[in-house]
Design a protein around this ligand. Structure first.
Ligand code: DX5
Ligand code: ZN
Length: 220
């Protein structure tokens, strides 16, 4: 069985000129984590922000910072983002030929270690890494932009990961990211996800705090 569901608003969907406000809003609305999408214009066709912005956000919120690295050569960025205040640090399976080493370095830096899978990457990419992982992130859109449509075929991937995690007695979390809203989140929960990233479903809403509350209620 998956653990208590956690809501992680993604500030990629907030006004980039008001990120501090977006972080405070998530916290006061009862969110569990703050999801921070780091894009380098190479692994994905978009650029967001870097460690200095993460460090600035760490100063304005006490929410655990859930840092999702969509960058090439993620190993180079483990230390800078750990020092910036990441609590969870997730790297992409497709971005690194030496994942076990990189994930071990994430834990050595004091963070929880996450592995993200693009939609086309099979769940078997995790198979020899379970012991090095605290979290698996299932991308339910192709990474790069918020506001894209959820890919329903990813529900099967979540189910397979959850089944494997239970067979192994793995204690970590399965996170779902991309196009997750009030309509999609319950199916992800039933499939076995227990961390729910929501960008446009929260910050694209006229009342982001109410959107967080509605997601919590729908998953309770
Ligand atoms: C996609 C990012 C996501 C996403 C969240 O590359 O990793 O965190 O943008 O935004 P929504 O919920 O709008 O898809
Ligand atoms: Zn993300």
């Amino acid at each position: 069985m998956s653990a208590r569901p956690l809501i992680a608003p993604s500030i990629i969907a907030a006004d980039p000129a008001r990120l501090a406000e977006a972080a405070r809003l998530a916290e006061s609305a009862g969110a569990d984590w703050l999801h921070l999408d780091i894009m380098d214009g190479r692994f994905v066709p978009n650029i967001t922000f870097g460690p200095a912005t993460v460090a600035a956000l760490a100063r304005v919120t006490s929410l655990p910072l859930d840092v999702h690295l969509m960058v090439v050569e993620p190993a180079r960025w483990v230390q800078p983002f750990a020092e910036a205040g990441a609590r969870v640090l997730t790297v992409h399976a497709e971005a690194d030929a030496h994942l076990q080493r990189t994930l071990a370095s994430v834990r050595a830096a004091g963070c929880l270690a996450g592995l993200a899978l693009n939609p086309s990457t099979p769940e078997t990419a995790v198979e020899y890494l379970w012991d090095d992982l605290d979290l698996v992130l299932v991308m339910t859109v192709n990474p790069g932009f918020s506001g894209q449509a959820f890919l329903p075929s990813m529900l099967r991937k979540i189910e397979r990961l959850r089944a494997r995690a239970e067979a192994l007695g793995w204690p970590g979390r399965i996170e779902v990211d991309g196009g997750v809203d009030l309509a999609r989140a319950p199916a992800c929960r039933r499939a076995g996800a227990d961390v729910f990233v929501a960008g446009s479903a929260v910050y694209g809403s006229p009342d982001p705090a109410a959107a967080v509350a509605a997601l919590k209620a729908a998953l309770a």
